[in-house]
Design a protein around this ligand. Structure first.
Ligand code: NI
Length: 202
């Protein structure tokens, strides 16, 4: 009896270990109902600071689709990789890309000043707009988007552990797609292109 029980337990553990992997390899987009935590409405009004220090709100982008990504300039992996993907994706979209405004919102407002952020986003693509703000403004927009962020001390400095998904928002401010960082730029561009075309004038 006992060896069978152990074998079953080992099998269950193996299945559980394989579960996150199978999700990453899943080719289909993440279903929104599953992706949106607890049915929270994603998005909404925000007030932030643009590269020139000017006030930027959701109303600054009227009629535009938004590609919203949260991170910080000292990020060593997810942020630079994702920004490279966003730049590629914009190229992949061609003329359609003009209807899309990519936003890189800093989760590290203490270190990411508008100047630091502008220099950083420009390095990846001129079309990506870096936004920062007061710690309160950043907390508000991160909460509105259900973004997870945690400070991780590293020696005398810190890193941030944070949500790596990219939010595709319609001009009406609705979440249309949550693009996982595992997706390729070409794959994400196809999905975004289809969403834009479906909404008309595509
Ligand atoms: Ni990052």
């Amino acid at each position: 009896m006992k060896p069978t029980w152990i074998a079953s337990a080992v099998l269950i553990l193996l299945l559980l270990a394989a579960l996150p992997l199978s999700f990453q390899l899943w080719p289909a987009p993440v279903p929104l109902a599953a992706a949106v935590d607890g049915g929270q409405r994603i998005g909404g009004p925000f007030e932030l600071q643009g590269p020139d220090g000017r006030r930027v709100t959701e109303q600054s982008f009227e009629g535009q689709w938004l590609l919203v990504f949260f991170g910080f300039t000292r990020c060593a992996d997810v942020c630079p990789t994702t920004l490279v993907q966003i730049a590629k994706l914009l190229d992949g979209l061609g003329e359609q890309g003009a209807r899309l405004q990519p936003l890189f919102i800093s989760l590290d407002p203490e270190r990411d000043t508008p100047e630091v952020l502008a220099a950083y986003t420009r390095f990846f693509d001129e079309r990506i707009l870096g936004l920062t703000g007061s710690p309160e403004q950043i907390r508000q927009v991160a909460d509105a988007y259900g973004v997870y962020v945690r400070k991780v001390p590293m020696g005398d400095t810190y890193m941030l552990d944070h949500t790596g998904s990219v939010y595709l928002m319609s001009p009406a401010g609705e979440l249309v797609s949550l693009i996982s960082p595992q997706r390729t730029a070409a794959d994400a561009a196809r999905e975004i292109s289809a969403a834009l075309a479906q909404a008309g004038n595509g």
